[in-house]
Write a protein that binds this ligand. Structure first.
Ligand SMILES: [Zn+2]
Ligand SMILES: [Zn+2]
Length: 246
């Protein structure tokens, strides 16, 4: 089944101008999902003309602020729009964090209804008509990569993983974080050369680099060249509001 992917935010925790933090909207004829909800995603949803009423299912890759800081504002906006019930999937710790946060605002606590499922890497499940597989990422805290209908993979935040080559190998599109260029310290994140090496035997048709920090500006061509030294497929850099069909 065909799916449409809209990139809502392609910046990292320190986003360059013109990039919101992490957020992706996925839709098919069966349903739709929001994947991550960092700062700026609520604005981008409006710009992409995505109806908040449709966003009853949200997946988080991990619990860093740049992947979830617009979540409570979004849930509150959905309540004001008439939708109180949302299904949320995330890594270990999601339930405790959301309970703590929501307790700070009575009006959120009273009106927003969340049903939360915590996931471990390797778990597979179905949501909104998508078959979803997960992979444990390496990011210094519980973090997941997700695969949708064996077509599309989002890495979330992670160092390059050799397991990713196989996980994404049957897909058409891999959206992978590549926070910083080669030669810049990037603990817990991916840089082009190591990412290309990890994906050397990956058969995915297209790789899109996302979660960008300011030092990537002006290095776009060099980053793509560096990944391509080992990875044979198409490579490009992500842009906010870009759309893909796979
Ligand atoms: Zn991040
Ligand atoms: Zn992170």
């Amino acid at each position: 089944m065909m799916m449409k992917i809209t990139l809502l935010g392609t910046g990292g925790a320190l986003p360059p101008g013109g990039r919101a933090q992490s957020g992706i909207f996925i839709e098919s004829t069966e349903g739709c999902l929001l994947l991550d909800c960092g700062s700026g995603v609520l604005l981008r949803l409006a710009q992409a003309e995505i109806d908040l009423a449709r966003l009853n299912t949200i997946l988080l890759t991990h619990l860093h602020l740049d992947h979830m800081s617009d979540l409570l504002p979004l849930l509150t906006a959905r309540w004001l729009n008439g939708q109180v019930q949302t299904r949320l999937y995330g890594p270990e710790g999601t339930e405790a964090l959301l309970q703590d946060l929501m307790a700070h605002w009575d009006y959120v606590q009273e009106h927003v209804r969340l049903s939360i499922t915590e996931l471990q890497g390797g778990m597979a499940f179905e949501a909104q008509g998508f078959q979803i597989d997960s992979l444990k990422a390496e990011h210094g805290l519980p973090a997941l990569a997700y695969k949708f209908d064996r077509r599309f993979v989002f890495s979330g935040d992670t160092v390059p993983l050799t397991e990713m080559a196989q996980f994404a190998g049957d897909c058409k599109l891999l959206l992978h974080e590549c926070s910083l260029p080669d030669g810049v310290e990037a603990p817990h994140h991916s840089r082009p050369r190591e990412l290309g090496e990890a994906l050397a035997n990956c058969d995915v048709a297209k790789l899109v680099l996302t979660h960008l920090y300011p030092p990537t500006q002006g290095c776009e061509a060099e980053m793509i060249r560096s990944v391509k030294q080992h990875f044979a497929g198409q490579v490009e850099l992500a842009e906010d509001l870009a759309r893909f069909e796979v």
